[in-house]
Design a protein around this ligand. Structure first.
Ligand code: BGC
Length: 486
């Protein structure tokens, strides 16, 4: 369900808002794989009561309003383990901070805390013509960008579809395909004989050895290519480019989160955090260089360095099991990468629609067993595919979408990074399809970050195309640094 956010949660919230009829639930919402759901637990609190105390109402989504109060009550109880209260969210934050510290110290942790070797941000002097490659979603993009005095003066882009066979086959085939696309692109620009610098945005976790080398740690999202263990992805790309006779040199290897931070800092120098809320999710931030243990390069004069948190894997070691629901277990079991990227499955667009589907299916099954009204159950699910629904069913579906979105917004771990950085003011550059298209995610994030980091002023800045523009800017920064050390 690659466009899950359009077809699932976001769409449901947008179209149902104020309208309780079925037609808004169309567009391919997937009700397949309903087997294997189990009933959810009510972990510690129900109906706004946590261990006997009222849960902080500020963290709860608006209550479900139905004429049938008993049904509303049952559904609320059923969904209660997805509604995180202030105490639980603060516990998530504390666990995140502990894992963050361990990751930086290279101790066992579900947060990789990868050194990106990017020690400085744009200063307005960036110059040059760069190729940028963006790999991470279902389409692969090749861009040609020209910077003059820090400004983008030219941007040519071409998209290439990556087939399932390439995403799931041998890694060598994928990289040969990428190089073929670059050849096609430079030919269409009439530049196949030119000498060009390239920034490679590879939006997967990597073990980086320098600003231009790194190995894949694990595939995520919808990629699972074989034979990539221990392979330097920048070197592999470079080899494939040379084999095609191209005079193109890979200058930087970065992640989309890093690109977003860099692109954001180009707009506003107060940017210190980059966030991707798209098919996958991740964050990075400027950390003090002396708090980072993994360095494979001289860094005596480096004050801050961008660290790629790789928060998608948060909880893979079980440290977040206290918020895991049966629905989450089901979504994980049906995913391409089982038992991996636990946190991403709570917040990434690839999974939000699936969390919604599994939650609705569980509610529908409850209703079946309560009253034996199979027809109603069926209609509820069919409604999600575009068939007719009752007004109450539509309200329930809307409410579940709000609960799923609410949890995702609460969990995006920006507040912990703000506390960590402890700067007077930080701008957070954000990009990704969920952030751009979900009707309420921005305001929810704004609200929950402020509640969870009240002492740390911040603002959210939409940063377009960190993977393209950010990549070219980073390549220019690398060139600037290299010319200083010559
Ligand atoms: C990857 C990250 C990436 C994020 C957003 C995750 O699955 O592990 O490296 O930044 O998706 O694209």
């Amino acid at each position: 369900m690659s466009t899950a956010i359009q077809n699932g949660v976001g769409l449901l919230e947008t179209r149902l808002n104020g309208c309780a009829h079925a037609h808004g639930l169309q567009n391919g919402y997937d009700i397949g794989h309903t087997d294997g759901c189990t009933n959810g637990h009510i972990n510690g609190y129900q109906n706004g009561v946590e261990n006997g105390h009222r849960v902080d109402d500020q963290f709860l989504p608006p209550p479900l309003q139905l004429d049938d109060k008993t049904r509303a009550q049952k559904i609320t109880t059923r969904l209660s383990d997805m509604m995180l209260g202030g105490a639980e969210l603060r516990r998530v934050g504390a666990v995140f901070e502990r894992e963050l510290e361990r990751g930086l110290q290279e101790e066992p942790s579900s947060l990789q805390m990868e050194n990106t070797y990017i020690p400085e941000l744009p200063d307005g002097t960036e110059e040059g013509l760069f190729l940028a490659l963006d790999l991470g979603g279902t389409n692969f993009r090749v861009l040609l960008l020209e910077l003059r005095g820090g400004q983008l003066v030219r941007e040519d882009v071409k998209q290439y579809h990556i087939s399932d066979a390439l995403r799931l086959g041998p890694g060598e085939d994928l990289f040969n395909f990428l190089a073929d696309c670059v050849l096609d692109f430079v030919q269409s620009e009439g530049m196949e004989k030119e000498s060009l610098s390239l920034g490679f945005t590879f939006s997967f976790p990597m073990r980086q050895h320098s600003i231009l080398s790194g190995e894949l740690t694990t595939w995520t999202k919808s990629f699972k290519c074989g034979g990539m263990e221990g392979v330097d992805v920048a070197a592999l790309l470079q080899r494939c480019l040379h084999q095609r006779g191209l005079d193109v040199t890979v200058r930087v290897l970065l992640n989309d989160t890093t690109g977003t931070l860099v692109a954001g800092a180009h707009i506003d120098p107060a940017v210190g955090i980059g966030v991707i809320l798209g098919t996958g999710s991740n964050g990075c931030y400027m950390e003090r260089a002396d708090r980072v243990r993994h360095w494979e390069a001289a860094h005596a004069r480096v004050h801050d360095v961008c660290v790629d948190v790789e928060w998608g894997a948060f909880g893979d070691n079980g440290c977040l099991d206290f918020i895991r629901t049966d629905v989450d277990r089901e979504v994980d079991a049906n995913s391409l990468l089982v038992a991996s990227f636990t946190f991403e499955k709570y917040i990434g667009g690839k999974y939000l629609g699936e969390v919604l589907r599994a939650s609705l299916a569980a509610l529908a099954r409850d209703r079946e067993s309560e009253r034996g009204e199979y027809a109603v159950t069926l209609r509820t699910l069919e409604g999600a595919c575009g068939a007719r629904l009752t007004e109450a069913d539509a309200r329930v579906a809307q409410h579940v979408a709000a609960v799923v979105s609410n949890r995702a917004a609460q969990l995006v771990s920006v507040s912990a990074l703000l506390r960590r950085m402890s700067r007077p003011y930080v701008v957070v550059a954000v990009d990704g399809s969920v952030y751009k298209r979900h009707p309420r995610i921005k305001s929810l994030m704004q609200r929950y970050i402020a509640l969870l980091a009240p002492e740390h002023p911040f603002s959210l800045l939409p940063a377009e195309d960190g993977s393209g523009k950010g990549s070219a800017l980073t390549a220019a920064i690398a060139a600037r640094m290299a010319s200083r050390s010559d």
